[in-house]
Design a protein around this ligand. Structure first.
Ligand code: TMP
Length: 213
């Protein structure tokens, strides 16, 4: 088993999938199981990473080249891994991360059209063989997600994208889940929050039982 021993969990999802409330739920679940949890996010998680996040999500650089966007995601990730994720895993903590490299495949690959092979090169360069142990994908139809997210004000540079872009993002996430069903668990995010949390609880319980076995 990898050095992370099953303790590296990521959460992914499109617009309006309820990522924030569900992350709070997942964190509480892990903590109530007695786990020490480092909770973090991408892009971001470190002071430099958060500065890069502002460049990526703000509207100052609207015409950013796709390659620049991808490289900034991975620059923030390199910093995040060295400064936060790897030290936490080495110290025996669990790491719960709001988005990770699957988002680069979905947004910069599927959405922007950069080849998966090129993203794979960066993944290997920055991460070596580190991959998340479990990824929870909060999935819902693009239309439903946009309706839910539409209630928010001040859309960021990604939230301002088109429906077509988000359809490609979703399709890419689902394709990743089909290719790697052991790691990526699809959670149907369209029913009520309670029902979504029921699915999360069942999935996490099964996961922990398997780890302890
Ligand atoms: P969020 O905090 O709302 O999830 O915002 C992060 C945004 O950044 C979201 O729109 C997805 C995007 N993103 C990428 O495009 N590529 C990446 O690798 C990551 C981590 C996020």
């Amino acid at each position: 088993m990898s050095m992370s021993r099953g303790r590296f969990i990521t959460v992914e999802g499109g617009e309006g999938a309820g990522k924030t409330s569900n992350l709070t739920f997942i964190r509480a679940f892990l903590e109530s199981a007695g786990k020490q949890v480092v909770f973090t996010r991408e892009p971001g998680g470190t002071p430099l990473g958060e500065a890069i996040r502002e460049l990526l999500l703000g509207h100052r650089h609207t015409g950013m080249a796709d390659e620049t966007e991808l490289l900034l995601m991975f620059a923030a990730r390199a910093e995040h891994l060295q400064e936060k994720i790897l030290p936490a895993l080495q110290a025996g903590s669990w790491v719960l991360c709001d988005r990770f490299t699957d988002a680069s495949y979905a947004y910069q690959g599927g959405g922007r059209g950069i080849s998966y092979q090129r993203i794979g090169m960066l993944e290997e360069f920055v991460q070596g063989n580190l991959r998340p142990d479990l990824t929870l994908l909060l999935d819902l139809p693009v239309e439903t997600g946009l309706q839910r997210a539409g209630k928010r004000s001040d859309p960021d540079r990604f939230e301002s994208e088109t429906r077509d872009f988000f359809t490609k993002v979703r399709d890419t996430y689902l394709a990743i889940a089909r290719e790697d069903p052991e790691r990526v668990k699809v959670i149907d995010a369209s029913p009520s929050l309670e029902q979504v949390q029921g699915q999360l609880q069942a999935t996490l319980t099964r996961y922990m039982e398997k780890l302890d076995a």
